[in-house]
Design a protein around this ligand. Structure first.
Ligand code: ATP
Ligand code: MG
Length: 340
């Protein structure tokens, strides 16, 4: 019987699905629009287009929070719709095998949610594996995970910044900080409220971050944005300076750097030497922030290797792990993980 393998990275911002033999088959906003809690109105990129623009009785949101499944029912609907889009089948000649990338500090209950998600799917599978995201990333970035004495991976995601050390085929340390891109956007909203007396939405804040944000003090610049005047509540326009945007972003980055330094203090010297040799691997779309590499190298005095396709390293790693028997030990059967 033919077996079709899938690699899934359920991000808080975007879902990425790899289909063996086809490559990256789907990358879409991991969002659902629901009317009166029951009726699905839109999903994926279409739902995102409605975010902050929909009437009050329609809720537009992502059922994954901090990389974990927060709303199983809605994630179930989404997953099946996405799988249908890439023509996943349940036919007699094919059996599906799913590899889920999961955050590093996942609990047994959270693992169970991935199991329930796969088992509740229309395309249910008997073979379901989980791979820790930092391990998948390191493999995707060509680190010899089974033999390296140490490599550090930092994922700048939507909800979280995940800092991990992998060595000799496994995870040896990790920190999941809830200060990803969303936290930056929220901080930018606050700063604009304080400095410009303007209420803006998360999409506007994100556009400010993308255009003016920088990890180091950038060239003085500005952007005009629309929002609501804090006093009158009426639509208004303001000129937001790059400094207003950069300050809160840099303050969140400092928090990540402090945690990385603490992790280094607890890392044995031979592991640290290996991290230095490999360079710190940085991925996640948040790593596209201007001057992030320069900032991290200055703060940490260690070479930093930026992923060329920061949204795809997890998926590339999953693809290699599922294709190579030698890497089998990097994937855990969920049944074993939960019921043993
Ligand atoms: N050029 C850029 N500069 C700064 N941030 C960026 C840039 N491009 C994208 N981002 C941010 O990256 C974040 C999304 O990252 P990513 O797609 O890696 O998250 P995810 O994989 O969906 O979520 P997670 O891994 O946290 O569950 C968003 O907050 C987005 O604003
Ligand atoms: Mg991610």
């Amino acid at each position: 019987m033919a077996v079709q393998k899938y690699g899934l990275d359920l991000g808080t911002g975007t879902i990425k699905i790899y289909k063996e033999g086809l490559g990256l088959a789907l990358k879409e906003k991991n969002m659902i629009a629901i009317r009166r809690k029951t009726e699905m109105v839109a999903f994926g990129d279409e739902a995102y287009a409605m975010y902050e623009r929909s009437p009050l009785n329609i809720k537009v949101y992502c059922p994954v929070k901090n990389g974990m499944i927060a709303e199983l029912h809605d994630m179930q609907i989404l997953l099946d719709l996405f799988l249908k889009k890439i023509k996943c089948t349940n036919g007699f000649v094919s059996s599906n095998v799913f590899y889920f990338a999961v955050p590093s500090d996942i609990t047994e209950v959270e693992k169970r949610a991935f199991f329930d998600l796969a088992m509740g799917s229309e395309f249910k599978t008997k073979d379901l594996y989980i791979v820790e995201k930092p391990v998948a990333t390191a493999v995707g970035e060509k680190i010899d995970v089974l033999h390296t004495p140490g490599a550090m991976v930092i994922d700048f995601g939507q909800d979280t910044v995940e800092i991990s050390v992998v060595a000799l085929g496994g995870l040896v340390a990790s920190r999941l900080l809830k200060i990803g891109g969303n936290a930056m956007d929220e901080a930018v909203c606050e700063a604009v409220k304080e400095q410009n007396r303007l209420l803006i939405g998360m999409k506007t804040a994100e556009s400010l971050k993308l255009e003016l944000g920088s990890a180091l003090n950038a060239v003085q610049s500005y952007k005009k944005v629309l929002g609501r005047d804090m006093i009158t509540g009426l639509p208004a326009e303001a000129r937001v300076d790059s400094q207003v945007v950069c300050e809160p972003i840099q303050s969140l980055l400092h928090q990540s750097v402090r945690v990385i330094k603490t992790l280094f203090e607890r890392t044995p010297p031979e592991v640290l030497r290996s991290i230095r040799n490999n360079g710190i691997i940085v991925n996640g779309e948040g790593s596209r922030l201007t001057n992030l590499k320069e900032y991290l190298e200055r703060e940490l005095s260690i070479p930093v290797v930026m992923s060329e396709k920061p949204d795809e390293s997890v998926i590339r790693g999953l693809a290699k792990i599922m294709a190579d028997d030698k890497m089998r030990s990097l994937a855990f059967s969920v049944k074993e993980a939960i019921f043993s």
